[in-house]
Ligand binder design. Sequence first.
Ligand SMILES: [Mg+2]
Length: 237
Amino acid sequence: MITEIGFDADDTLWHCENHFFETQARLEAILEHHAPREEVEAKLHDTELANVRLFGYGIKGFTLSMIETAVQISRGKITGDEVHEILMMGKAMLDAPVELMPNVRTVLASLQDKYRLSLITKGDVLDQTNKIDKSGLGDFFDRIEVVQQKEVDNYRDVLTRHGIDAEHFLMIGNSIPSDVLPVLELGGWGVHVPYRHTAVFERHVDDPPHERFRRLESLSELPALLTKIEQEGAADR
Ligand SMILES: [Mg+2]
């Protein structure tokens, strides 16, 4: 029996990575006279990966990594105006309205009486909190957790603090490494809903070969999946 559902936020409840994708394209355009776009993209990804330990996830770290990339790619020739433009691009991302995925409110409303709902997101606390406010979805959730990482220990900590048994817990999100694998390892259910862009940190090639792993095309399919899992569980008993 599943009693508790954990929702990832970015690229699961609302669009997020598209902003990174579009901003990266603008950075590549700014730096076009210094290096080809592919080189800028590769350098930015390497810089982001190297910096995440110090900056954490999120737009502020991404903005600093864009500036570092611009300085290195241009061999220090990037102008103050161009650095300013990159900063403004980062600020625009932080200030962007939250665009919900289709049917999010309907799905959450249909589940909230039957299950306890958690929002579990990683990243910059201020940015994540602002997005939750802007989304207007906060009231659907019994618990909201902004964590620094989404690894096994982080999920174990959340489940322990709230007295949730992993086998009654289902997590849904767009990232196999962050939303699915750690929860499967703890004995819960992991549901993957792919998004059209995947962050450099979240790439994963193979599906986990696990009986509690599921994939959905969209969040709208979650209520039907829960019904199916319950029916299968009842048939097994
Ligand atoms: Mg996500």
